[in-house]
Design a protein around this ligand. Structure first.
Ligand code: EPU
Length: 337
């Protein structure tokens, strides 16, 4: 394992931000991870997966441990279900395609989400009516301080909307090294009720979609709305969709009757932040090299040489405007470093 010093992270974050790590090492197995943790007990550590959900606003004054653990396999199966395990460093989308190629169902709606498998439980990634928690069985994780290996079952992860125990109670304490999903082998339960998927399948004249058809529809929708990080730096949705009290929502609705919303519970309503940001006039705007994507206002982009600070400033301007206009506080979904 080679430890690099003063290492550029530009190619390790999908925003494409230039920032330096004081020290940087790639690990390829749990053993290598444990070895480096034992070798550097006192160094501050920063765990890096696919770098797809963070905004670097400064250099990282720590040992950056890049998780490059590879491998995926079937660990159990019966007539109806299969249990597949993936190491943390596998690319998420490639993993999803591998499951679909074998006709394993459950992850097709989550096609083309950037990032690595090991980081998907942290924010319970979700798209088009499906979340990771629907198929997640367990993950293994190593405690950074003690190097003890623990198993986190679905229940233990305390999943919520873009939330889990790994973002809250035990934030930064563990490194997820592998994840197990339970997928269907037959009688697949397709989730095509999300409007955009239905419309896309109809457009392609597909009546009885296969897993691959649903995946392809999701890929087509994402490609039409979301920028490819390889072409335009971004971190997907920059903000979470705010969940607000129904009573507050009703007051806002009187002033803005067109405001879209989804009922979350008897007392709560979720509002699409993308709509709020678009209505406030930010969609497609550019401030130097930082901007708001022209097809999806929830996505902030780096046109080339934006700094993390510049993108952070844009995000704060958006937050303030939304608060002043609608009285709604929107929170960042990406981790601000
Ligand atoms: N909308 C606008 N203007 C915009 C964007 C959205 O008016 O610029 C409106 C849409 O018309 C629609 C509503 O907002 O009525 C919802 O839009 P969309 O279906 O695009 O989804 P979203 O709520 O903006 C969420 C996820 C995405 C995920 C999509 C599809 C969050 C924070 N984001 O976006 O996830 O792909 O749903 O399920 O929940 C990500 O997390 O990185 C991500 C891309």
């Amino acid at each position: 394992m080679q430890i690099h010093t003063n290492f550029s992270l530009k190619n390790y974050n999908t925003f494409g931000i230039e920032a330096k790590a004081k020290e940087f090492v790639s690990v390829h197995s749990s053993d290598e991870l444990i070895e480096i943790l034992q070798q550097k007990p006192t160094s501050k550590k920063f765990i890096l997966g696919g770098g797809s959900n963070m905004l670097l606003t400064q250099d990282i004054d720590a040992l950056v441990i890049h998780l490059d653990l590879k491998g995926k396999k079937i660990i159990d199966e019966n007539d109806d279900f299969v249990w597949v395990e993936s190491q943390a460093g596998e690319n998420w989308h490639e993993f999803v395609l591998w499951t679909i190629d074998q006709n394993f169902g459950g992850l097709e709606n989550l096609s083309l989400i950037p990032g690595n498998v090991g980081t998907t439980p942290i924010q319970n990634i979700g798209a088009y009516g499906v979340e990771i928690k629907d198929t997640f069985v367990l993950c293994e994780a190593i405690h950074i301080e003690t190097q003890e290996l623990l198993v986190f079952t679905n229940e233990k992860c305390k999943f919520g909307y873009r939330e889990s125990i790994f973002k809250n109670e035990i934030k930064d304490e563990f490194v997820i090294t592998s994840v197990v999903f339970k997928l269907t082998k037959r009688n697949h339960i397709l989730n095509t009720s999300y409007g955009a998927i239905e419309a896309e399948l109809e457009k392609q004249h597909i009546k009885n979609p296969s897993l691959k058809d649903v995946s392809n529809a999701v890929i087509a929708i994402r490609q039409s709305k979301l920028p490819n990080p390889k072409e335009l730096g971004n971190s997907g949705s920059f903000f979470k969709n705010p969940v607000i009290l129904k009573s507050d929502f009703e007051k806002i609705q009187q002033k803005f009757p067109d405001i879209p919303h989804y009922v979350v519970s008897e007392t709560e309503v979720k509002v699409p932040a993308g709509w709020l940001i678009e209505q406030a006039g930010f969609k497609g705007k550019r401030f130097g090299d930082a901007g708001i994507h022209k097809h999806q206002a929830l996505v902030l982009v780096n046109y080339g040489h934006a700094t993390g600070q510049e993108i952070l400033e844009v995000s704060k301007t958006i937050q303030k405007t939304i608060l002043d206009t609608y009285g709604i506080a929107i929170e960042a979904e990406v981790n601000i470093i």
